[in-house]
Design a protein around this ligand. Structure first.
Ligand code: BES
Ligand code: MN
Ligand code: ZN
Length: 487
């Protein structure tokens, strides 16, 4: 959908925000009068101005516009970024299949206009490439949304960075939604290469190069797959030359069967999304590049496929990670940490990170603990904790801090090696984080975000989140960079 900003309405449909308990907005009054009061007449029955409500008014042929829409905007005093995004999303949804292509909506205030536009954009996401039988009337008719305000220039400027972040969300959703026969390490790497057009530097390492670096933990996970494992390295150099970069690390398990510790069949198809952490990182890098962020940021994604095979790693195998530490694999389904530990090590050996944030669909336990509305945040740095918590609240991608501690770390003891890759039944998300922390050097600021519960959501969803994949992460990371690394 094309989103534009203007100061006068031109489309066949024009929408107005109606607050709870309020009168028609001034902009609507003219049309109301010209139509003999049809607009105010629509504010009856159960239409109260609640968010999620709308009323469509077909106007007399004499009017300049064909249709008017009143969209519920909630209580005026509750109007914040979340509410505006929701209003934009509901407005989009209400008109998406109207049969009309153009929609204008009056919103005053540049910031509010931009937020509403972002909500509409996020709601307009589709993943239709694999449907071959969709008829025209099963596709949205709405293709143009124009936000009408007194300061279209300021609104357009305010939307620019949000638009970039939204593009990051779209990218992350696409990657997570893609089926594993089309998105595997090599094809994923090709997609990363395409991001060079936005000014990112992209480098891809294959298995040979990773073996040279001793990344036998990551390589062990990919060993049962016919697809070659890859490490994707993306650099955005928008900050001062030589300034330490923020480093983003993502788990990119393109499909997680569990390996020899095979997962049960039902629901296994969801593991197409087990690269959601990497998708968050890639989406964030795209957002940063698109809005030309004033910061140095490195994105690293470990891309593998976890398959059972005659050549797959076994429970009992001992892997030597790039850090030199040895790992007894007790469960091949705890593969994400095996990938991340080598990528985290790479981050510290090749860059001087101002901070490292990794994202991963790491544990089922975090879904049990936090459900689908917060990601789990683990960090060795209180300041980083508040930065990420704040960034999450600002963008509606919330994180909730979870504990780390040496008592949990002891659960990783192995009879044979430096550690084992599982900690037992208790505190599964924490022991996974403890495992990762063993690969963080002293003094390095690090946060781990377990997004297993938020990367995709089944069933009832927020209106800004229309597809299976939520695209969680790019907005959070982009905001964190914007608020803590730029001017
Ligand atoms: N990718 C899964 C975690 C996951 C589960 C993500 C559900 C999204 C939804 C991860 O690789 C995994 O299998 N973790 C195991 C760890 C266990 C074997 C210690 C888990 O959570 O069961
Ligand atoms: Mn697994
Ligand atoms: Zn996994």
């Amino acid at each position: 959908m094309k989103i534009a900003f203007a100061d006068t309405a031109k489309a066949e449909t024009v929408a107005f925000l109606v607050y709870k308990g309020a009168n028609l907005p001034a902009a609507a009054a003219v049309l109301d009068k010209a139509s003999g009061g049809l607009l105010s007449q629509a504010m009856t029955g159960r239409f109260s101005g609640k968010i999620g409500q709308h009323a469509v008014i077909v106007l007399p042929a004499s009017a300049t516009t064909k249709r008017a829409v009143l969209v519920g905007a909630g209580n005026r005093s509750d109007l914040d970024a979340r509410a505006l995004e929701k209003i934009g999303a509901h407005l989009y949804k209400s008109q998406a299949n109207s049969g009309f292509a153009g929609l204008d909506v009056h919103v005053s205030g540049a910031g509010d206009a931009a937020r509403l536009a972002l909500g509409a954009k996020l709601a307009a996401y589709r993943f239709d490439n694999y449907r071959t039988t969709l008829k025209d009337d099963q596709r949205p008719s709405l293709t143009r949304l124009t936000i009408i305000s007194a300061q279209p220039k300021a609104a357009r400027a305010a939307f620019k960075p949000l638009d970039a972040a939204g593009d990051g969300t779209y990218m992350a959703r696409d990657l997570v939604n893609l089926p594993p026969n089309d998105l595997y390490p090599e094809s994923y790497a090709d997609r990363l290469k395409e991001l060079e057009q936005y000014g990112l530097e992209v480098e891809i390492l294959g298995e040979k190069e990773m073996a040279k670096l001793g990344m036998h933990s990551l390589l062990g996970v990919g060993q049962g797959s016919v697809k070659e494992s890859k490490l994707g390295i993306m650099k955005w150099k928008g900050g001062k030359a030589g300034a330490d970069p923020a480093v983003l690390v993502g788990k990119g398990v393109c499909f997680d069967t569990g390996g020899i510790s095979l997962k049960p069949g039902p629901g296994m198809e969801d593991m197409r999304g087990d690269m959601g952490g990497s998708a968050a990182v890639v989406g964030a890098m795209l957002a940063l590049a698109k809005r030309k962020a004033n910061a140095n940021v490195v994105g690293l994604v470990g891309l593998v496929e976890n398959m059972p095979d005659g050549n797959a790693i076994r429970p009992g195998d001992i892997l030597t990670s790039a850090s030199g530490q040895t790992i007894e694999v007790q469960n091949t389904d705890a593969e994400g940490r095996l990938v991340l530990c080598d990528v985290l090590w790479y981050a510290q050996e090749h860059f001087k990170p101002a901070a490292i944030v990794d994202l991963a669909t790491l544990t089922g336990a975090i879904v049990i603990g936090l459900g689908h509305h917060h990601a789990g945040l683990f960090t060795n740095d209180d300041k980083l904790a508040s930065q990420l918590t704040e960034a999450g609240l600002s963008e509606g991608e919330r994180v909730w801090r979870m504990p780390l501690g040496s008592e949990y770390d002891s659960l990783l003891k192995s009879k044979f090696a430096d550690m084992r890759n599982i900690g037992g039944r208790a505190a599964g998300s924490i022991t996974a984080a403890q495992f990762l922390q063993r690969f963080i050097k002293d003094g390095v600021k690090w946060a781990h975000i377990d997004i297993a519960g938020v990367a995709w959501v089944e069933g009832e969803k927020s209106p800004i989140d229309p597809s299976w994949a939520s695209g969680f992460g790019p907005r959070l990371l982009d905001r964190w960079i914007a608020d803590n690394f730029e001017g």
